[in-house]
Design a binder for this molecule. Structure first.
Ligand SMILES: Nc1ncnc2c1ncn2[C@@H]1O[C@H](COP(=O)(O)OP(=O)(O)OP(=O)(O)O)[C@@H](O)[C@H]1O
Length: 287
């Protein structure tokens, strides 16, 4: 097999040298691998070009959700299976697909594992594979991106400051196919899957390949419900989160609200439309 390995050198604040060496060690004799390191500038065009000019059998991604998304965007015209080597501060997509965080378990899956086709969501014209949202979490991501401390420690420190200086609750007007709803909440998520990157299950009925996504309106910070999300709940209280399964939605707010897509802060917005992209991507998963 021919592999194209894309490495994000800064993701998760982790050195990837050992990981790359371990991947190479697992290759079978006739396999070949070409490596590309992201720079944070012009990566999309460069990856697209490599994929157009050469033929590969599988693309490996050593990074977090943002890097997987980048690769998925680059594969608009050329669809190849993706093997995820989780190496971000938040590996929400990998965790949702049941991919282990242990190198000796995830490397063989990424290289030779069976694949599964998953949906994506187009959110405000951008590709979202996992979770995008308007509100508190997006503000946290904005603060994190500005801060010099990366990795899980960076998230933890910024969580505290975000909790003290945010403008929530926000007023959301949610237009679904059959109804329009007004809800007040601290954030609104467009969820293609079950969990946040932290592992918190906020969308218990969510499936990444069911042709729909869920709009989640988080009404308040409820410590008891937040603890529940860490224990794989089958359902959550409607006083904590209201869930609307749908194929499309248009959301508006009165005032600008921080907005993020799969862990990347985008902007402050007053409106976002989203719709499902069924069977968008093929990813290697555990059996
Ligand atoms: N060489 C680089 N230098 C700086 N930034 C980079 C580089 N390569 C990629 N990036 C940036 O990394 C981000 C994607 O990181 P990703 O989500 O995969 O990992 P992460 O660990 O979750 O990210 P973060 O460290 O931001 O939490 C993108 O914003 C991208 O522009």
């Amino acid at each position: 097999m021919k592999f194209f390995l894309i490495v994000n050198p800064i993701s998760g604040d982790k050195d990837k040298t050992g990981l790359i060496a371990n991947v190479r060690e697992r290759l079978e004799n006739e396999d070949s691998i070409e490596t590309f390191e992201t720079t944070g500038v012009n990566d999309l065009e460069q990856i697209k070009q490599k994929l157009t000019n050469k033929s590969f059998d599988r693309v490996l991604v050593a990074g977090g959700d943002g890097t997987v998304k980048l690769v998925a965007e680059a594969m608009e015209d050329c669809s190849l299976p993706i093997g995820i080597l989780p190496a971000g501060s938040a590996n929400g997509l990998a965790s949702d697909l049941g991919i282990s965080e242990k190198e000796n378990e995830f490397i063989p899956i990424a290289l030779y594992g069976i694949t599964r086709t998953i949906d994506a969501v187009c959110v405000d014209g951008k590709l979202s594979l996992h979770m995008s949202d308007m509100g508190l979490n997006a503000q946290l991501i904005e603060e994190y991106e500005k801060s010099s401390i990366r990795g899980k420690v960076g998230y933890a420190i910024n969580s505290v400051s975000t909790l003290f200086k945010n403008e929530a609750p926000y007023e959301f007007t949610i237009k679904l196919d059959d109804k329009e709803i007004k809800e007040q909440g601290i954030m609104l998520s467009f969820a293609n899957s079950k969990k946040f990157g932290t592992g918190a299950v906020v969308n218990p009925q969510g499936k990444i390949d069911d042709g729909i996504f869920e709009v989640l309106v988080f009404k308040k910070l409820d410590i008891v419900e937040l603890i529940k999300t860490l224990n794989n709940p089958k359902e959550l209280s409607e006083d904590f989160v209201e869930i609307y399964p749908t194929k499309r939605v248009a959301v508006t707010t009165n005032n600008p609200v921080p907005f993020q897509v799969d862990g990347e802060f985008c902007d402050e917005v007053t409106q976002v439309t989203a719709y499902i992209l069924p069977n968008r991507l093929e990813i290697a998963v555990p059996e």
